[in-house]
Design a protein around this ligand. Structure first.
Ligand SMILES: CC(C)(COP(=O)(O)OP(=O)(O)OC[C@H]1O[C@@H](n2cnc3c(N)ncnc32)[C@H](O)[C@@H]1OP(=O)(O)O)[C@@H](O)C(=O)NCCC(=O)NCCS
Length: 316
């Protein structure tokens, strides 16, 4: 049996954690104009090109921002170490609303050479105990493929609903029907606790808010201002009833009473697409639940399904 240790990661572990993630990528390619191009090596790529192979874990500069974001979002990165080498990583965040406290697992990886030796199971069991300690009622996770799906099922996670990744290609009418005042929201003002994220929900709202806020720093590293994201308040009849972002990945929050108000949500989606187009974003995408996808398609949104996933939950 492999004798490895688990501990909380420190910023000094960046190189080892990044190297663990680099090992998981089979081919490195240049990336331009939203397309992968000729094959090359990791050293030859810019931080942006590395990011496009799988997110912030693949470059020390982007990993640092991710590490700080996780910490600020009441989370942690747990690593598995064997002979002073990082052989596994699990990133989680914790959030509370006015109803419950819950954990969301952002990333789990075992270095390819050390797979099928119980590393991921040990990391998962470690954070399940941590979640109980923190008073979480649920843990959410989204499996990447059949390997992680098997792992989460074994640990007792159950499917909640499908998540559809869609490119938003067109909106039903150019002009939104709601008569709303749209103002830029300051990133230091997090959404009020009675607001719920209704579109683009993937991880915890707190983590997502901080990650979006820090897109400004990512856009500096990527030397591409189009990565900077703005958040907007939607004020109707003097009341703020929605918040949306204009990032490539669109997110929408509404106040609790409007969680099932499809008309308002679709109007906010129109506004967010229009703001995104104003900022010359080429691809606007988001995650939708199946019923949201069906409803938005029915009322005329042009949505292109690009991949399908599911949200799983462990009740503690
Ligand atoms: C998924 C992953 C984290 C599993 O790590 P691991 O350390 O090999 O997992 P464990 O050894 O603890 O395996 C536990 C169980 O997971 C399932 N599993 C793991 N690898 C599997 C595979 N290749 N095929 C099918 N099931 C698999 C099995 O049920 C396994 O139990 P068993 O070995 O008794 O059959 C690893 O394959 C990985 O890093 N994949 C790439 C990144 C990724 O997809 N992460 C998930 C993000 S949601």
């Amino acid at each position: 049996m492999l004798e490895f240790k688990l501990r909380e990661a420190k910023l000094d572990d960046t190189f080892e954690i990044v190297s663990c993630n680099i090992d998981d990528v089979e081919k490195w390619r240049h990336f331009d104009q939203m397309k992968f191009l000729d094959e090359t090596s990791w050293d030859e790529l810019t931080p942006f090109e590395r990011y496009m192979h799988g997110g912030p874990w693949l470059d020390p500069q982007t990993f640092r921002i991710h590490f700080e974001t996780v910490k600020e979002a009441n989370g942690d990165i747990i690593i598995a170490e064997y002979n002073d080498k990082v052989i596994g990583e699990l990133d989680y965040v914790v959030d509370s609303d006015d109803e419950s406290t819950y954990m969301s697992i952002l990333w789990l990886l075992t270095r390819p050479k050390y797979r099928r030796k119980g590393v991921a199971t040990a990391l998962m069991k470690h954070v399940i105990s941590k979640a109980k300690e923190l008073g979480c009622e649920k843990i959410f996770i989204e499996p990447e493929d059949v390997r992680s799906l098997n792992l989460y099922c074994k640990l007792g996670f159950r499917r909640l609903y499908d998540l559809l990744k869609v490119d938003i290609q067109s909106i039903p009418k150019l002009k939104p029907e709601v008569n709303a005042d749209v103002t830029v929201r300051n990133w230091d003002d997090t959404p009020p606790s009675d607001f719920r994220e209704v579109i683009g929900l993937y991880y915890t709202p707190k983590y997502e808010w901080i990650a979006l806020k820090r897109m400004k720093e990512l856009s500096k590293i990527f030397q591409n201002s189009l990565w900077e994201t703005y958040a907007y308040n939607v004020i109707i009849d003097d009341k703020n009833c929605g918040i949306f972002t204009d990032s490539r990945l669109i997110k929408i929050w509404v106040n609790k009473i409007n969680v099932n108000n499809t008309h308002l949500i679709s109007e906010l989606l129109k506004l967010s697409v229009l703001k995104g187009l104003e900022r010359k974003r080429k691809i606007l995408w988001t995650w939708l639940k199946e019923d949201q996808y069906n409803e938005l398609t029915r009322i005329g949104f042009g949505l292109k399904l690009t991949s399908k996933s599911q949200l799983m939950c462990l009740a503690l």
